[in-house]
Design a protein around this ligand. Structure first.
Ligand code: G3H
Ligand code: 13P
Ligand code: ZN
Length: 415
């Protein structure tokens, strides 16, 4: 390690600092020196090994890590998408196979990636597993810029804990109170969302806010399929983002992206027939984008619930009721009007479940989880490839220069 100057050193990441602390008890003086990885396979050329030269007593094998070079703030990706008129799918993850499916789809299509984890996902997989899975993704796919996003944070504390776990982006969903069920008023929403921006931006972490409650304009009900969603009947006003309020909300909070309520809801049961403008209010997006042309808009509940995925599940013993999702062409219209992030979870769940059902039904003698998880992963990858292509993010990964959150923080200091 001789000949290393201070200029070669970079501050360590927050989570690594904790690891080093337990390894050396001297975290504050710990610095890292980046060295080129020797004998990299071709696809990991850009990847660098980081090793400690700082803390006395640290054993190299305890603190050698791969720098998370390709983990970037979501804002970087959204800005690029806006400059080049495309949208980005944000796929939910809970486990290794889902992350693998997304990353393989990204490599096949050269797409930048947004991976997101709900509170439920974080408690299902545990933060440590999730963090290391993301680290593995950035190590194995260094050519793909990846944003790691907290989906539907219910409180500033949830968002802060995500940031402490190296998420590069958080959603403060202040459209609902902390219980995730009670619709919140505008002032509460502004207060908690601004608080999260004040914490996140100096760290270079991006923030998504939400205005208006997700839910069905057909039934007047919020959605609770996944445990997060308004309870009881909501008025049409509550279910649609108000463009005047949107202008005030963005100005008063400083959010990087705004999720809008337009009649979509989470889960498979969104619409009882192919949606028209009455129940899928794309015109709201057009109007909000007209007033806020520089704000990145987000569509939640945007699975398309394709008929063929419903059919596979039902063919192999499932019991889904007939339902309709958000047509891809409507999402594409949204992308033409400022939508930069499109949340998709249900379609991937349907694809995986259909593939698993098929294997178990056709070959009931099988019991090795790999026999059904591999086809499940393939089926999810296919959906991801289709959405990445349809939303226009395919081909852009090589054009985006990764920037760390630490560096990105200066962006907010300037504005
Ligand atoms: O927030 C919506 C996503 O579909 C996540 O669902 O809370 O069941 O993980 P989840
Ligand atoms: P879907 O249930 O339509 O996939 O929506 C996912 C979502 O909005 C996650 O926040
Ligand atoms: Zn959502």
């Amino acid at each position: 390690m001789g000949g290393v100057s201070d200029a070669d050193f970079a501050p360590i990441s927050r989570s690594l600092c904790r690891n080093i602390k337990s390894a050396t008890e001297s975290p504050s003086t710990a610095y890292l020196h980046e060295t080129r990885q020797r004998r990299s396979p071709p696809h990991t050329k850009a990847c660098r090994i980081v090793s400690s030269v700082g803390p006395a007593g640290a054993r190299p094998h305890q603190i050698r890590i791969v720098l998370m070079r390709s983990l970037v703030p979501m804002r970087l990706l959204l800005d690029h998408a806006a400059e080049n008129d495309y949208g980005l799918a944000a796929f939910n993850v809970n486990n290794m196979e889902q992350i693998q499916a997304i990353m393989e789809a990204a490599r096949e299509t050269d797409s930048p990636v947004i991976v997101q984890a709900s509170r439920g996902a974080r408690s299902y997989s545990q933060d440590n597993y999730l963090r290391h899975l993301m680290l593995a993704a950035s190590e194995l796919y260094p050519e793909i810029p990846i944003a790691m996003h907290q989906d539907h944070g219910n409180s500033p504390q949830t968002c802060i804990s995500a940031i402490e776990n190296d998420f590069t982006s958080v959603m403060m969903d202040g459209s609902l109170r902390e219980d995730g069920k009670t619709p919140a008023d505008f002032d509460y929403n502004v207060r908690v969302t601004r608080e999260v921006c004040e914490y996140a931006h100096p760290r270079g972490v991006s923030v998504e806010g939400e205005l208006g409650c997700l839910g069905s304009l057909e039934s007047g009900h919020g959605e609770k399929e996944d445990g997060h969603g308004a309870e009881g009947r909501l008025s049409r006003d509550q279910l649609l983002t108000d463009p005047d309020e949107a202008e005030r909300f963005v100005a008063e909070t400083g959010v990087d992206a705004l999720a809008v309520a337009i009649g979509t809801s989470h889960g498979a049961y969104k619409f009882t027939r192919k949606p028209t403008g009455e129940v899928l209010a794309m015109d709201r997006i057009v109007e909000i984008h007209r007033r806020l042309p520089n704000c990145h808009l987000v569509m939640h509940g945007s699975s398309s619930v394709p008929q063929e995925l419903q059919d596979i599940i039902n063919k192999y013993g499932g019991k889904l009721k007939q339902t309709w999702g958000v047509p891809v062409e409507e999402i594409q219209r949204g992308i033409e009007h400022g939508v930069r992030k499109v949340n998709v979870d249900t379609d991937n769940r349907l694809a995986m479940t259909g593939a698993i059902r098929k294997v178990l039904s056709e070959t009931p003698e099988k019991f090795d989880p790999r026999d059904y998880l591999k086809p499940a992963r393939e089926a999810m990858k296919k959906v991801c490839v289709e959405r990445m292509t349809a939303f226009g993010q395919a081909g852009w990964a090589p054009k985006i220069k990764p920037v760390s959150c630490e560096k990105f923080a200066s962006y907010y200091a300037m504005v």
